[in-house]
Design a protein around this ligand. Structure first.
Ligand SMILES: *Cc1c(COP(=O)(O)O)cnc(C)c1O
Length: 377
């Protein structure tokens, strides 16, 4: 079967041809090092400047506030490690449903002697604000709360979170890898100090990301070398990657409103049809949910079984997250919202892009009921 319906856009996205077109010259012709003073060098430096300007515009900040990194994971690492112990504050507060790029970095920092407190979430995935307020204090250096969850799609109230962080004299970081181009992540409006994004989740290339660091905020690097990226992220710039991230950001922002509307419509069609299957349930919240996320569980079904059978029908989906795919351990996110092990292992994640169509949703509705039945036998 040649059909390929891609429903794993929280795992990664298809790069747009327009993005590749802009990147290509920086591999083959304009391959100079942006630090070189000859013409090929200044061409590359100009491309980096344009990429930075485009990303800054998408986030509502200055170019000087953007640091390019190798992706969302590295941006999260720099944000957390680079601010740990700031002003003698020894504690970091984060949430139970963060991406492993945040949670594993917290485990590392704990081993270094820092304290970490993890805020609970409600069964729908939204943050328990009472628990957050209880856990904040004047010894907290950083509060890190993701904009939107990569597994169940729950959108957090980052504006309120940043307010609470600042009330306690702490910095506020958000992993906006999933939220960027799908929710409003304007850094000024939301009072954000640090924000992570990734190229390959927004139809750009893999291996490129950015960290927004608010002007005037001085954070420590975690790698050392040349002075690139004002010393915060030394290493020769990934010029084609930066060009691609800039182009992908610009393109996504230009059509964000209509793309979000389209994805929401397809998502709701999917949710409606899947919930007609007996013994199915929606994970996460119906209200504060990413436009491209539909996450389900099915009584008596193995999620991995479901994903493999869907794949043989040409539908690419996932269970919880790409990082945990194939794992026999339940996703920490699904445990955090109170699912038991069987429920957590029965999950199906459908994540859309603007490239999906209503026909894709109809095909899923056509094949899924019998696949679920097969899995139960
Ligand atoms: C994908 C993802 C990351 C990691 O980004 P990479 O660019 O793959 O390192 C971090 N956080 C969230 C929420 C993600 O979905």
């Amino acid at each position: 079967m040649d059909r390929c319906i891609y429903f794993d856009n929280a795992g990664t996205t298809q790069m747009l041809p327009e993005v590749l077109d802009e990147m290509m010259p920086y591999f083959l012709e304009k391959y100079g090092n942006p630090s070189s003073i000859h013409d090929l060098g200044s061409d590359a430096a100009a491309a980096v400047r344009l990429g930075r300007k485009r990303v800054a515009k998408a986030l509502g900040c200055y170019s000087s506030e953007i640091t390019f990194t190798s992706g969302g994971t590295e941006s999260d690492n720099i944000a957390l490690i680079g601010t740990a112990g700031r002003e003698g504050r020894n504690r970091i507060v984060t949430t139970a449903t963060e991406h492993s790029a945040v949670l594993e970095t917290c485990i590392h920092l704990k081993k270094q002697g820092f304290e970490v407190d993890v805020v609970k979430v409600h069964p729908d995935g939204t943050l328990d604000m009472d628990d957050l307020n209880r856990k904040m204090g004047d010894d907290v250096s950083l509060l890190s709360v993701m904009t939107a969850n990569n597994v169940i799609g729950t959108i957090q109230n980052i504006r309120e979170c940043s307010r609470i962080a600042h009330e306690n004299g702490a910095l506020f970081h958000t992993d906006a890898v999933q939220g960027f181009t799908k929710t409003d992540v304007d850094v000024r409006k939301n009072g954000i100090d640090l924000l992570s994004i990734s190229g390959h989740k927004i139809h750009g290339p893999k291996g490129i990301g950015a960290l927004y660091v608010r002007e005037g905020l001085d954070i420590n690097p975690i790698t050392f070398g040349g002075g690139q990226e004002r010393g915060l992220r030394p290493s020769t710039e990934n010029v084609p990657g930066i060009v691609g991230l800039g182009k992908a950001s610009e393109m996504a922002m230009a059509t964000m409103e209509s793309d979000v509307r389209k994805m929401t419509e397809i998502r709701d069609t999917i949710i409606e049809s899947v919930l007609e299957i007996e013994g199915s349930a929606l994970n996460g919240t119906a209200e504060s949910r990413l436009c491209n996320n539909a996450h389900f569980r099915f009584d008596g079904v193995r999620g991995t079984d479901l994903v493999l059978r869907l794949s043989s029908k040409g539908i690419m989906a996932s269970t919880a997250s790409a990082c945990s795919a194939g794992d026999t351990e339940p996703s920490h996110v699904l445990s955090a919202i109170g699912l038991n092990v069987d429920q957590a292992l029965s999950a199906l994640r459908i994540t859309l892009s603007h490239l999906n169509t209503v026909e894709d949703a109809e095909y899923l509705a056509e094949v899924l009921p019998s696949i679920v039945k097969e899995c139960r036998q």
